[in-house]
Structure formats: structure tokens, C-alpha cells
Design a protein around this ligand. Structure first.
Ligand code: XIL
Length: 302
């Protein structure tokens, strides 16, 4: 196979990219997306501030543009993200517990109902744990007002809203075995033992020199898979350049392919110039959409 998506498909996986609605009109951007990727994640367009900027008023236009672009070309769509402390409109943080609970459940239900049947996996809850050694929950309106049970409630509401979507927990700095990934592992194990719905865990995999691809990446993915969930690499980017960056990218692909329940990889953008990272060249295509060594390393590892 000579594209990322078709090579991944031959291995029973998807290979996706985060996409911005306002770039779809750019010819080279759309051509690269259309040719190379068979899955799409809206980079910002399905976040709470984008979909429900004021309470009960939903606007799906930009997200729909991405979903329609992808589905009309046979690509699958990852939903990102329903409950997250960031890119959260101010009105949500101002609510008391009773209103916040109903706003959270309504947001999940309305959004998942709108996209029912169109989204293969949803990041139901994003980044609920702190960095560092504590394994504690991160402070957020949801955590602070609803307590530890908010994650379970979000997943139960999500299952009811779209019973066919895979429901994922997604986080960063959980790519290797560490205190934070242990905390997520314990959450997933608890959910599985009590029958709380969860189908997948997303590993964002934003790597740089301070946070390199961990040597126990494959082992960490495997221990989650062994709990009975799929694993997905959801926001991959790796700072660096040349053969060093290419080697790291190849190692990520090899780790995923070694885990039968690692169902797909998404890179967090297409050309370097549109990366969310303010500096650096973390993606697979340069600013002219030329394939970088990292691209070739991914393709040959697939
Ligand atoms: C980032 C987007 O790429 C940026 O455009 C936006 O300004 C901020 O959010 N973890 C996530 C993603 O789950 O949603 C974030 O995306 C990157 C970190």
C-alpha cells in the first residue's frame, strides 16, 4: 500500500489526522487529507465551547463540515471531546452541582444524538487526572462539584445516547507505565469489574525531548488491552526532525501493531505549519506538504 490509510487498513487499523474545518478549503490540505488518511478527528470543532457556547444553544456547523467531508469520502470519524476542563465555556464553570450535572448529561446526550451512527469512537472524558506522582484527579468544575463519580456518570450517559459508539477515556503523559497511567488503569479496571461502560483508552502521545516515546510504550498499551478495552493512539506528534524523529515515529507504529487491540493511530495535524505546538516540526508533512522522513518511517512500519 502506498498511503498511510491504506497501509493501516491492510493491518486492520485506521490512520487518522486531526483536522481543522477552516483549512478544508485549502487545496493541498484537502488533497493530503483525502489521499493519506482514512480517519479524521475534529481538532477543536467538537469541544464544548464550539458546540454549546451558551446553555442549550447548540451549533454543529463547523463540526458537521468535517464529518460530512470525511464520511462522504469513506473515512471514519473520532469524536473529541465531550467532558473536559479546557475549552469549556464560562457558563459551565459558573453552575452549581445540580445544574452542572444536568448540563453535562444534556451536553453528552445532545451531541451524541446529533452524531449517532457517524462516529466510531468518542473521547467521553479527557484529561481527568493530574500529572506527577499522586495519581490524583485534576481539579475541574466536574471533579470539584460532582466528585469522583462524574466520569462514571458521563460514560453511562454516553452509552445510552449512542449504544454503538466506542466510549474512550483519553489522556496525555499516560503513554508509559507511571503514576498517572496507573491511576487511569485502576479506573478502567474498576469500570470493567463493575460493568460501567468503557470500550477504549486513548493515549494522546504528544512527545518531545522532555517527554520522549517511553521504552515501555508497547507494554503499557498491552496492559490496558488486557483489561478488555481497545487502545488508540489519539493525538500523536513528536518534536524533532530527520532520521531521529523518523525512528521515533516508526517505533510508535511498531508498538501499536504489536498490540492486537491497538485499533488505530491519529496524528495531531497534517503539515508542520498548522501544528498546535508553537514551535518545532512535529508532524509527517513539511510546510509544503512534502513527505518527511517521519512519513516514510511510518509507512514502512505499517
Ligand atoms: C489543542 C488544539 O490542537 C489547539 O488548536 C487548541 O488551541 C488547543 O487544543 N490535548 C487535547 C487536544 O486533548 O484537544 C488539544 O488540542 C491538545 C492537547
Amino acid at each position: 500500500a502506498d498511503t498511510l490509510g491504506s497501509a493501516a487498513a491492510e493491518k486492520g487499523r485506521y490512520f487518522g489526522a486531526a483536522v481543522a474545518a477552516n483549512r478544508l478549503g485549502e487545496a493541498q490540505y484537502a488533497a493530503t487529507l483525502n489521499t493519506e488518511f482514512n480517519s479524521v478527528t475534529p481538532e477543536n470543532e467538537m469541544k464544548w465551547d464550539a458546540l454549546e457556547p451558551s446553555r442549550g444553544s447548540f451549533g454543529f456547523g463547523n463540526a458537521d463540515r468535517i464529518v460530512d467531508h470525511a464520511r462522504s469520502r469513506g473515512k471514519s470519524v473520532r469524536g473529541h471531546t465531550l467532558v473536559w476542563h479546557s475549552q469549556l465555556p464560562g457558563w459551565v464553570s459558573g453552575l452549581g452541582a445540580t445544574d452542572l450535572r444536568s448540563a453535562m448529561n444534556n451536553h453528552i446526550t445532545q451531541v451524541m444524538t446529533h452524531y449517532r451512527g457517524a462516529i466510531h469512537s468518542w473521547d467521553v472524558v479527557n484529561e481527568a487526572f493530574q500529572d506527577g506522582s499522586s495519581g490524583a484527579r485534576r481539579s475541574s468544575p466536574f471533579q470539584d462539584k460532582l466528585g469522583n463519580g462524574f466520569i462514571e456518570e458521563a460514560f453511562r450517559t454516553a452509552r445510552a445516547a449512542d449504544p454503538n459508539a466506542k466510549l474512550c477515556y483519553n489522556d496525555y503523559n499516560t503513554d508509559g507505565v507511571n503514576a498517572k497511567s496507573n491511576a487511569v488503569y485502576n479506573l478502567v479496571r474498576d469500570f470493567k469489574s463493575r460493568g460501567v461502560p468503557i470500550d477504549c483508552v486513548g493515549f494522546q502521545s504528544h512527545f518531545n525531548s522532555a517527554s520522549p516515546v517511553p521504552s515501555d510504550y508497547r507494554a503499557n498499551l498491552q496492559r490496558f488491552a488486557d483489561l478488555g478495552v481497545d487502545v488508540q493512539i489519539t493525538e500523536l506528534d513528536i518534536e524533532g526532525s530527520g532520521t531521529t524523529q523518523a525512528t521515533h515515529y516508526g517505533n510508535v507504529v511498531t508498538a501499536c501493531l504489536a498490540v492486537s487491540r491497538c485499533t488505530g493511530i491519529t496524528v495531531w495535524g497534517i503539515p508542520d505549519k498548522y501544528s498546535w505546538r508553537s514551535s518545532g516540526t512535529p508532524l509527517l508533512f513539511d510546510d509544503n506538504y512534502t513527505k518527511k522522513p517521519a512519513y516514510h518511517a511510518v509507512l514502512s512500519a505499517l
